[in-house]
Design a protein around this ligand. Structure first.
Ligand code: 5GP
Length: 190
């Protein structure tokens, strides 16, 4: 039996990476899709663990050779999901977790309609802004841009299957785990 695709999207600052890390750690049958990106690595990020960091020329070459199942330009950088890794994981019967933006998520859903689409959000935009301010990583201009993007992303909520509000980290992790576990019982429709 083929594995499942789980897509997780969230506005910047909603806690997506922490949640995904916990999910991956909790179950060896869930594999994270490591994306390709043209953005520079941030402090502490490791090539091939967080992303495959590539130059734009290499990215475009890979795009031309149809190595990606989807790609998108987010905040002026390119991001893409490896087609090979996705197909291999599906064939192995494992679950692949894609932590990608809304544009990419919609492209995946179109190609793989059975994908489980999860949107993570804070209680409201005010809380999101507060989280971005308190993590102390971005300027106020960047924070305002992220909030503006979040407003755009929320408009696509109805294209997702689940909305999980990140109010309490343990609870949200449990909720996402429950959603993923339930996929085992899903009836596949052709
Ligand atoms: P960051 O640069 O902060 O790690 O990610 C910026 C945005 O790009 C996030 O919304 C993240 O989910 C998204 N992203 C990461 N990898 C991919 C990918 O392979 N495809 C798409 N479409 N978006 C991605």
């Amino acid at each position: 039996m083929l594995g499942n695709i789980v897509v997780i999207s969230a506005p910047s600052g909603a806690g997506k990476t922490t949640i995904c890390d916990a999910i991956i750690k909790s179950d060896k049958n869930i594999l994270r899709s490591v994306s390709y990106t043209t953005r520079e690595p941030r402090k502490g990020e490791k090539n091939s663990r967080d992303y495959f960091f590539v130059k734009e020329t290499e990215f475009k070459q890979m795009l031309k050779s149809k190595k990606f199942v989807e790609f998108a330009k987010v905040h002026n950088n390119y991001y893409a999901t490896s087609k090979d890794f996705l197909n291999k994981t599906l064939r192995s019967g494992k679950t692949i977790l894609l932590e990608i933006d809304v544009q990419g998520a919609l492209k995946i859903k179109k190609q793989y309609p059975q994908s489980c689409m999860i949107f993570i959000m804070t209680k409201n935009l005010k809380v999101l802004k507060q989280r971005l301010i308190s993590r102390n990583k971005d300027s106020i201009e960047t924070i305002n841009m992220r909030i503006k993007n979040a407003k755009k992303e929320i408009q696509y909520l109805e294209r997702y299957d689940y909305l999980v509000i990140n109010a309490n980290l343990e609870e949200v992790i449990d909720s996402v785990k429950t959603i993923i576990k339930s996929l085992k019982y899903k009836i596949i429709k052709n």
